[in-house]
Design a binder for this molecule. Structure first.
Ligand SMILES: Nc1ncnc2c1ncn2[C@@H]1O[C@H](COP(=O)(O)OP(=O)(O)O)[C@@H](O)[C@H]1O
Ligand code: SF4
Ligand SMILES: [Mg+2]
Length: 356
């Protein structure tokens, strides 16, 4: 059963992605003949609404960074369509992209390699103005100092170099740079993964505060759900180049439908001991298979405890099983009409065990 999307109240999406594909060719030999392709992103459909935070999660190698680089147009898609504010930007050239570059910014994972060590903080945060030929009111220096204060850094440190800052401070510099041109959409690729656990929350909270203050829209990528759990409005779960589940945060946490989501959730620490006792721990077997020759049918079938014959044969389409809750699975959990936790497919194997 397909439930139509919420109709009248939803505003026009800021970003709409349809059928987005990125295959990296594999070339061999002297003639550099293409012998195959890394199917990094293999048919994504989603939108991002103004003012929301869309969280994107999945294990390493699932295509999250490739997706981020596609929607910020740092990578050329193999096929599919990207629309920003209703305008098709899929194949815009450098010149035509220039105005759009201001509106869409990216924050990178590694605050060590993404900042040029030979440039001062002032030069780094001020670079977007110079690149775009924009002079802010009051001049670049004053604006950079305002940005440094905005992200919680000392404006007096304008002339310091990246190595003089801690990891968390460097990521704040990256955030200041991303915000310089007042973007509408910010794509943050694992913005805190490289940071000490003790300061991860501070940086995530900073992003959250800045969103309210500046009316930003976010796509935040993470490899597990713990980091983005509190800040995401909706969450997309990726597995091997595809979205396997997309839902409001609450629905995803309370009634996850895809077995892969259930497995990812089971790895998130639960602070409440009463709930912890009921939470089953699911151990995923093995690694993510290679995106060069992904499994047939449902790509998750080689690791799924609910897999049946049909899973190996037929790829489950991403469909809405409840309002705003899309899932790609032949035997979804928590589907409407079932009691929560009830299993639609075969009985779970012993790879699931109850935490004590
Ligand atoms: N430039 C590239 N050339 C070839 N393969 C790539 C390239 N970038 C990423 N990949 C491959 O695409 C897959 C998805 O990578 P990535 O998007 O970085 O995943 P994630 O961010 O989820 O870890 C991986 O198998 C990776 O090795
Ligand atoms: S389609 Fe089958 S293999 Fe894939 S997640 Fe659902 S139950 Fe598991
Ligand atoms: Mg990545």
């Amino acid at each position: 059963m397909t439930v139509p999307e919420q109709a009248t109240t939803t505003p026009e999406p800021l970003l709409t992605v349809s059928g987005l594909v990125k295959h990296f060719p594999i070339k061999k030999g002297l003639l550099q003949r293409q012998t195959g392709a890394v199917q990094a992103v293999d048919g994504l459909d989603f939108d991002v609404r103004p003012g929301e935070t869309l969280g994107v999660v999945g294990e390493s190698g699932c295509g999250k960074s490739t997706m981020g680089r596609l929607i910020t147009r740092l990578l050329e898609p193999t096929s599919g369509k990207i629309e920003f504010e209703g305008k098709d930007i899929t194949h815009l050239g450098t010149a035509a992209m220039r105005p759009m570059r201001r509106d869409v910014q990216m924050i990178f994972q590694d605050p060590y390699s993404s900042l040029n060590p030979r440039h001062t903080v002032g030069a780094i945060v001020g670079a977007p103005f110079r690149l775009q030929g924009v002079t802010p009111e009051g001049g670049i220096k004053a604006e950079v100092q305002r940005l440094l204060a905005l992200v919680g850094l000392n404006p007096e440190h304008y002339n310091r170099y990246p190595h003089e800052f801690s990891g968390g401070q460097r990521q704040r510099i990256g955030i200041a740079r991303a915000l310089a041109l007042k973007p509408k959409l910010v794509v943050a690729d694992e913005p805190v993964s490289a940071l000490d656990v003790s300061i991860q929350a501070q940086v995530v909270n900073l992003l959250d505060d800045l969103q309210d203050e500046l009316g930003l829209t976010y796509v935040i990528i993470a490899h597990d759900l713990s980091v983005i759990r509190h800040v995401s409005d909706r969450i997309a779960v990726m597995y091997l180049g595809k979205i396997v589940e997309l839902a409001d945060r609450r629905a995803l946490y309370e009634t996850p439908m895809h077995p892969y989501t259930t497995a990812l959730l089971s790895a998130v620490p639960v602070p409440d001991p009463r709930r912890r006792a009921r939470r089953e721990r699911i151990l995923l077997k093995g690694d993510v298979p290679s995106p060069i020759s992904p499994p047939s049918g449902c790509r998750f079938h080689t690791r799924c405890w609910k897999a049946t014959e049909v899973c190996k044969r037929e790829e489950p389409p991403l469909v809405a099983l409840a309002t705003g809750h899309q899932v790609a699975c032949h035997h979804p959990e928590n589907a409407p009409g079932q009691a929560p936790g009830q299993v639609a497919g075969p009985v779970r194997s012993a790879t699931k065990k109850t935490e004590s």
